[in-house]
Design a protein around this ligand. Structure first.
Ligand SMILES: Nc1nc2c(ncn2[C@@H]2O[C@H](COP(=O)(O)OP(=O)(O)OP(=O)(O)O)[C@@H](O)[C@H]2O)c(=O)[nH]1
Ligand SMILES: [Mg+2]
Length: 730
């Protein structure tokens, strides 16, 4: 039985490019505004003086700076009752609610002072007469009443909008559970969200990045024939296209952050050059090497971890470039000595990657803000981190190399300060603690000059545990710092005894005068060596190229592995398979022989047979290798493809073949149909007449889509459809 089917070969390569660009653009804008905001915030807020002038009502992202409150200032029985040797469970401590009162800024202005957070009522009343007739409902600035935190002030810097503050009239802004904690859970969550939002871009981009990588497309092969004097019938001489560039990822030992990826997100390897006549093959595309710092974890966006790059010089082949298309010289056979066929180059794969940096260091320095961590690093290594007498001087981790001997070195990481509630986003949060995951030893520096060194010690330990129990189990040293200060050295015996009672043996030092720093480093080094000896085990070679190997295997999928899906509502059949998809993409429909080859492949790999078996009928639409790039279905039409008015018709993406199974391939691909070559006229006219004869409705639409260019001289102008809306089949 004669049946007619329509083959629509469509390359179904996923192309998130346009979408991703949009996404990138929009997010890029967002990022840039945030960066500007963050910069402003940083300049305004990240170096707050003891009493910052910012008002709570100021806009911008919320970031909280706080220091641990001195025990005496609270005068809690709870806290006082803990003996020094006891473990102070911070979460159990109850702070009484502190009343808040809102001040209308206009009142402040009237009275000639700028109201600010942290100004106690006493302070206010000293200088200015306080008007008791404030309207509590008014939008205004939260003023604490009740406790003078002095230099242990809690700053809510640029805590977003006034509207949020409006609801905090019930006095739980500085709530029962501690600082900045509202009694209401929802509000607490909101607060945490705000904190996350408030992280400056530079901190977010330090150890996380999302990039797009694409391997190079292969170059196209060409059809050419040798034309030379005295060489009749020179034969085909079209060269092959060059291979597309590969994508590699390499560890660059000089990098220590992912910040370079903040501005450059898209990475594309070079495409192969096209082949040329005289059997000249195209040049291969330039390889792309994406350099990352040691300790980078590479993950497919939204997927699994692909590999980890730890050591300088490690290189992984991530994606192989596309194969070059063959030129017609490669298609020469004994049967066909002058083939007019060439292939497109294979498209290179593309992927979004998520990079995460976990610094590779032997020792991680942790501790509360202002404990002297950076000072310690600057003393033991050549690193020059920022040191200043305010919390959160260090926003990003610093690395330093400590040399003991010619060949004995140790990498030490100085991290930002941790404080109670960091796991809820307070301070800088505790996300940066992941940089200690690869450290084998931690050095916990306690600020000896703080009023409650033990309290501080416990708070930081608690945060480490909250972040990860494995981290808390790592061996660590406790170091009591700032021994040069008289008060600190006075408190040292009690701190030492208290910790000894709990089973620790703390060190003491003065980072500034360098007293005791050597002992600490030696002890840390010994611990690192011991730990390395404990955990030393042979790790087999890791094949970093496995991702590329997998892709190569997928590409080499045989043509006869396919799946057929039938959509009865539109009478369409979808034949899908990795091999077929690649074949369709690499078929260059410009050449007439491509159609014949395509149909031959359909027959040889069993697609036709399977379709017939499944009951394909005359006039059904068969889509090979994916779904049409643009498909607007529905209505009376079975399928409608819309193309640009451009005659290119998205060649690489959508190829439509139309054949009537009367033994002759009667119509060509859409490209050929609209090409003005006279060779295409015969099949078109034939198809047109045939379809009229069999009463096939496609005729009129075929006429519209196919005739404008091919028969433009002979057809009336009314038939020309400039939009090239192609309505096919029936
Ligand atoms: N007297 C004295 N001051 C010290 C000592 N170590 C550090 N400091 C001072 O403490 C302040 C904070 O030091 P940093 O090294 O910046 O502290 P940090 O722990 O890195 O602080 P953040 O990065 O903010 O978490 C600086 O003013 C230092 O000069 C010490 O041994 N003795
Ligand atoms: Mg620091």
């Amino acid at each position: 039985m004669a049946f007619s089917a329509v083959f629509s070969g469509t390359v179904m390569q996923f192309k998130p490019l346009s979408a991703s660009r949009r996404e990138t653009n929009s997010s890029g804008q967002r990022v840039s505004t945030k960066i500007t905001k963050a910069r402003k915030q940083k300049s305004r807020n990240f170096r707050p003086p003891p009493n910052p002038p910012q008002s709570a009502g100021e806009g911008g992202e919320a970031t909280t700076f706080t220091r641990l409150p001195p025990k005496d200032d609270f005068g809690f029985d709870d806290l006082a009752s803990h003996s020094v040797s006891q473990v102070v469970k911070l979460a159990d401590i109850k702070f009484p609610a502190i009343k808040t009162k809102k001040i209308d800024p206009s009142h402040g202005e009237k009275r000639g002072f700028a109201p600010k957070i942290g100004v106690t009522e006493e302070e206010l009343s000293l200088d200015h007469e306080v008007d008791d007739g404030f309207d509590d409902e008014d939008e205004g600035i939260v003023k604490k009443v009740g406790y003078d935190y002095g230099r242990y002030e809690l700053y809510e810097v640029g805590s977003g909008n006034d509207d949020d503050d409006d609801d905090d009239d019930d006095g739980d802004f500085y709530g029962d559970e501690g600082f900045m904690v509202s009694g209401d859970e929802d509000e607490e969550e909101e607060g945490v969200k705000e904190k996350e939002k408030g992280v400056p871009a530079v901190m977010r981009c330090f150890d996380r990045a999302k990039i797009f990588v694409k391997a190079g497309d292969g170059g196209n092969g060409v059809v050419a024939f040798r034309r030379e004097k005295f060489v009749p019938l020179g034969g085909p001489s079209g060269g092959d296209g060059g291979r597309g560039g590969n994508v590699y990822m390499e560890v660059d030992g000089t990098m220590n952050s992912l910040l370079p990826f903040r501005k450059s997100v898209h990475f594309r390897a070079g495409r192969g050059s096209h082949g040329q006549g005289q059997q000249k093959s195209g040049a291969k595309g330039e390889d792309l090497v994406v350099k990352v710092p040691p300790g980078t974890v590479v993950r497919e966006s939204g997927g699994d971890v692909l590999f980890e790059l730890l050591h300088p010089g490690q290189r992984a082949l991530l994606m192989p470039g596309g194969r070059g298309g063959r030129g017609n010289a490669s298609f020469k056979t004994g049967m066909n000595k002058a083939p007019k066929i060439a292939e497109n180059g294979e498209e290179g794969p593309e992927m979004w990657l998520e990079l995460e940096l976990k610094l590779v260091a032997d020792v991680g320095i942790v501790g509360a803000p202002n404990a002297g961590k950076s000072t310690f690093l600057s003393v033991i290594s050549a690193a020059q981190p920022a040191i200043a007498n305010y919390p959160f001087t260090t926003l990003l981790p610093n690395l330093g190399v400590v040399s003991f001997d010619y060949d004995a070195t140790m990498v030490v990481a100085d991290l930002p300060g941790l404080l109670e509630g960091a796991h809820r986003g307070f301070g800088l949060g505790h996300e940066f603690l992941r940089h200690t995951e690869r450290c084998s030893v931690l050095v916990h520096i306690v600020d000896g000059s703080s009023d409650q060194p033990e309290y501080e010690f416990d708070a930081v330990r608690l945060e480490l545990e909250m972040f990860s129990p494995e981290l808390a189990e790592k061996p660590y040293l406790v170091v009591y710092n700032k021994m040069d200060l008289p008060e600190t050295s006075e408190n040292w015996p009690s701190f030492r005894d208290a910790l000894r009672a709990r089973g620790f043996d703390p060190f003491c030092m003065s980072a500034v005068t360098r007293n005791g720093t050597k002992e600490v480093m030696n002890a840390a080094y010994e611990l690192v060596q011991k730990n390395a000896a404990d955990t030393d085990g042979y790790e087999g070679p890791i094949d970093l190229n496995y991702v590329a190997d997998k892709m190569q295997k997928e590409r080499a999928a045989p043509l006869d592995e396919f799946e057929i899906m039938h959509d009865s509502s539109t009478s369409s059949w979808h034949v899908e398979g990795a091999g077929l998809q690649r074949f369709v993409q690499m078929t260059n429909w410009r050449y007439n022989d491509s159609d014949r080859r395509f149909q031959h492949v359909m027959e040889a790999c069993g697609v036709n047979k399977s379709l017939k078996k499944r009951g394909v009928k005359e006039g059904d639409t068969v889509v090979v290798g994916g779904t049409p790039a643009t498909q607007v279905g529905g209505g009376q039409q079975n399928q409608m493809n819309e193309f640009d008015s451009d005659h290119h018709l998205s060649r690489a993406r959508t190829q439509i073949l139309n054949y009537l199974s009367i033994g002759v391939s009667t119509a060509r691909s859409m490209d050929s149909m609209i090409s003005p070559k006279s060779s295409t006229l015969f099949p078109l006219v034939f198809a047109f007449l045939y379809s009229h004869l069999v009463g096939w409705k496609c005729a009129s639409s075929l006429q519209i889509c196919a005739l404008p260019r091919a028969l433009s001289r002979r057809c009336s102008r009314k038939l020309l459809n400039p939009g090239f809306t192609v309505t096919m089949y029936r």
